[in-house]
Design a protein around this ligand. Structure first.
Ligand SMILES: [Zn+2]
Length: 150
């Protein structure tokens, strides 16, 4: 029974992660005056147009502190930011550059606070996870409206 509950919980955690990551990617898209959508990498600063499916595929939600190691900041909006697939996957977040980009984006205080928060022991139960998922589904809607995408 316990094992079954656990696997259901991790399934829901994955679902929330997927919803949350989609929100992060949308949040970090820059919309230009002519309506173009531009992705920007928090680590290497690269920008690129989001036109083709492969442009989107190369645009990741990158965790500063890894989600598996630091559960408490797994769904933390400061801890996760849009990045290119190269930095996220091949450079494992490109963390030295990531920190520079993050400080530039949110300020040193919020980065320092994130470093404290990562050590909080926070475990979400099923109900909280479902609430989190619904919250981010709503936030996705708002972002899609902002960007004019379906
Ligand atoms: Zn990059």
């Amino acid at each position: 029974m316990k094992g079954k509950f656990k696997s259901t919980l991790s399934k829901v955690e994955k679902k929330v992660q997927k919803t949350f990551n989609e929100f992060i990617r949308l949040r970090d898209i820059i919309k230009t005056e002519d309506g173009s959508l531009i992705a920007k990498c928090i680590s290497c600063n690269k920008t690129w147009l989001l036109n083709t499916p492969s442009d989107w595929k190369n645009y990741h939600a990158s965790h500063y502190f890894l989600e598996n190691k630091y559960q408490s900041v797994r769904y933390d909006e400061v801890n996760v930011n849009g990045a290119c697939s190269y930095c996220n996957r091949f450079l494992h977040g490109n963390l030295a550059e990531y920190e520079i980009g993050l400080v530039k984006k949110v300020g040193i205080d919020r980065v320092e606070h994130l470093k404290i928060r990562r050590n909080f022991l926070e475990k979400y139960d099923m109900i909280e996870l479902e609430e989190l998922n619904n919250l981010y589904l709503e936030k996705i809607k708002v972002q899609k409206l902002r960007l004019g995408i379906k």
